[in-house]
Design a protein around this ligand. Structure first.
Ligand SMILES: [Zn+2]
Length: 297
């Protein structure tokens, strides 16, 4: 069983409002549209941490040509529009939510260099996949919230008015109101939809023992982190009174070790990630329990 940071890491940490949206109601939500930002810088730079904020900053400028509800890179999710607002991401826009994945994913219209379109292997690379997984978990939560079926829609499905999940390219091919073809021909829809439907995106399944061990470990870590974050906030508050810059330095020094990957994390990011992962583990345990109960019958 292996984990990448993205499994732990879904949380919205910033809201940077986009400049462009349309008036009217976005309700009911009928589809979640997946995009790639296509900065045309190639693999893996297009997905690195910081790209979500820079894309959101671009959307915030009046000269931007579009907007989206969320942007995900490997380290962060940024919200740019309220879900009740009609974005400018894949016309016809009403009744849809747009998630941008920071990646070079188009094949022609959004590209000057065709070789920059991520291959399947690149999409699944540990330097990119956490962004995809972050988007998929967000997509799952949006589907749950708005009762959108967790299925990948074809162009024919879209034209038939079916509700579900699709790519910008599918919307383009259904209505020809834009020419973008992101997230591109090699986007791993099978793996993405597996996560949307509650899987980990890994090929190995979790055992009950794995879940219990992780749950216990997380509970313990979460308690430790709460203590250290409270102390840190106190310390930072005291230091900031004396010198704002010192406060920032203390914050930058506060790292914790991810018990699974061994990588270092900012304490507050880790705390949020662990919380979301605890929720995820709980729902896994519930599912396993009901499967066990089903077997008993
Ligand atoms: Zn797009």
């Amino acid at each position: 069983m292996t984990y990448v940071d993205g499994v732990w890491g879904w949380c919205v940490v910033r809201y940077i409002p986009a400049a462009h949206h349309s008036s009217g109601s976005n309700s009911p939500v009928n589809r979640v549209v997946i995009h790639a930002t296509c900065p045309d810088v190639g693999f893996p730079s297009a997905s690195r941490k910081g790209r979500a904020v820079s894309t959101a900053n671009y959307f915030a400028s009046p000269s931007a040509g579009g907007s989206a509800h969320y942007v995900c890179d490997v380290g962060e999710t940024v919200q740019c529009l309220s879900e009740s607002t009609i974005g400018w991401h894949a016309p016809p826009n009403p009744h849809s939510l747009g998630i941008e994945i920071c990646a070079d994913g188009g094949s022609h219209a959004s590209f000057r260099v065709p070789g920059h379109a991520y291959t399947r292997e690149q999409w699944l690379d540990p330097r990119v996949w956490p962004a995809v997984e972050r988007a998929a978990i967000l997509c799952r939560q949006l589907c749950d919230k708005y009762n959108v079926p967790k299925r990948k829609l074809s162009v024919a499905d879209l034209k038939a008015g079916k509700r579900g999940v699709c790519g910008h390219t599918d919307v383009t091919d259904a209505w020809h109101q834009s020419d973008h073809d992101d997230p591109g021909p090699w986007f791993p829809w099978d793996r993405f939809m597996a996560v949307v439907n509650g899987g980990s995106g890994e090929s190995e399944e979790l055992t009950v023992a794995d879940v219990k061990a992780l749950h216990d470990q997380i509970k313990q870590l979460s308690a430790q982190l709460t203590g250290s974050v409270n102390k840190l906030h106190h310390d930072v508050g005291v230091v900031q009174l004396q010198n704002g810059d010192l406060g920032k330095r203390v914050d930058a020094l506060s790292w914790v070790k991810n018990p699974v990957t061994g990588k270092l994390w900012r304490t507050k990011d880790a705390l949020w990630s662990v919380w979301y992962y605890v929720l995820e583990c709980r729902s896994r345990i519930d599912r396993l329990e009901s499967a066990v109960n089903g077997l008993k019958k």
